[in-house]
Ligand binder design. Structure first.
Ligand code: RIB
Length: 300
């Protein structure tokens, strides 16, 4: 079984601010740092750190070469990342406030240069039963989803950031779906309602998909048909929540594909995310499996 993550690679420009800028305001920043990021890249690193062998596919442009080094250093295979000569690398402008909040402006760049031809060429190397991890930061996502379903590749989808593209995806055909409560409400076309109502609505809408609903400070739920397992957060002082969701997704799937039960994988992922929020930056905040296990063992 092989695991392919076809996803974004971004340069994150992170500005420390005392508050998130308001409409019409000009705000001086405390500092600027540059990190490797992108939901795709972050999830590949989290999956690799959690112990899986990962292939990453996507596109980078000039200025993005260091992103490949970051992936390679984490043990990710980057054979399927295409280098574009004339399209700038994807980037973000992230505000990180003193209370640990963030907000992100995303420029797609090379991530939006993924073509059907590239998708066909990459999928040639994968077979039925392999896994494909997806987010919503690359072009031709609906085509990729459809081709993977046709090839009986198991899809793990985190349809974030939510936009019109997501409505084209047959998410009920995914094996695993990761959503937060706002995304869940948008997918269901309804106000979120209570956690219980949301869980019920997700299990009716996605009866054959294992849905992982993340609830911020209220933890996470694993929903599989009628079964729902809840995991509380491990409380910490957060300094930067960027990539916490990506860390959760990577460690949850790393746990599941490594043979853990859903209960164990939820705990593993929650602990990994709780470590990530105590560190700054996207990919640099993602812990190793040894760090996660050490903290879990310390609490056992
Ligand atoms: O999920 C966090 C990521 O979202 C950041 O690294 C940024 O690049 C955006 O894609």
């Amino acid at each position: 079984m092989k695991v392919l993550n076809f996803g974004s690679l971004n340069v994150d420009y992170v500005y420390r601010v005392d508050h998130i800028v308001r409409k019409g305001e000009t705000l001086s920043t405390q500092s600027r740092q540059e990190f490797a990021g992108g939901k795709g890249l972050n999830q590949s690193i989290a999956l690799a750190n959690a112990g899986l062998e990962i292939f990453h596919a996507g596109c980078i442009g000039p200025g993005g070469e260091f992103l490949l080094d970051v992936l390679k250093n984490a043990g990710v295979d980057v054979t399927f990342v295409k280098r574009m000569a004339d399209t700038p690398v994807g980037h973000t402008i992230i505000q990180n406030s003193d209370d640990g909040d963030n907000c992100i402006l995303l420029y797609g760049g090379a991530n939006q240069a993924v073509t059907r031809e590239q998708i066909d060429a990459v999928l040639e190397h994968f077979q039925p039963g392999d896994y494909l991890v997806l987010q919503n930061e690359i072009s031709n996502l609906a085509y990729l989803f459809e081709r993977a379903v046709a090839k009986q590749i198991q899809i793990v989808c985190n349809p974030s950031p939510m936009n019109e593209t997501v409505k084209e995806l047959p998410l009920e055909k995914a094996a695993y779906l990761f959503v937060n409560e706002i995304e869940a409400g948008q997918l269901l076309g309804a106000d979120s309602g209570s956690e219980r109502e949301l869980v019920g609505a997700l299990s009716r809408r996605f009866p054959r998909t294992r849905v992982i609903l993340t609830l911020g400070k209220d933890g996470a739920d694993y929903i599989d048909g009628d079964k729902c397992i809840h995991q509380a957060i491990f409380p910490v002082k957060a300094v930067d929540t960027t990539a916490a969701g990506d860390t959760f997704t990577g460690f949850f799937m790393g746990g599941i594909l490594g043979g853990q039960s859903p209960e164990e994988a939820l705990r593993y992922a929650s602990k990994a995310a709780s470590i990530a929020v105590t560190r700054r930056g996207a990919s640099p905040s993602i812990p190793t499996a040894a760090q996660v296990r050490a903290e879990l063992d310390g609490q056992a």
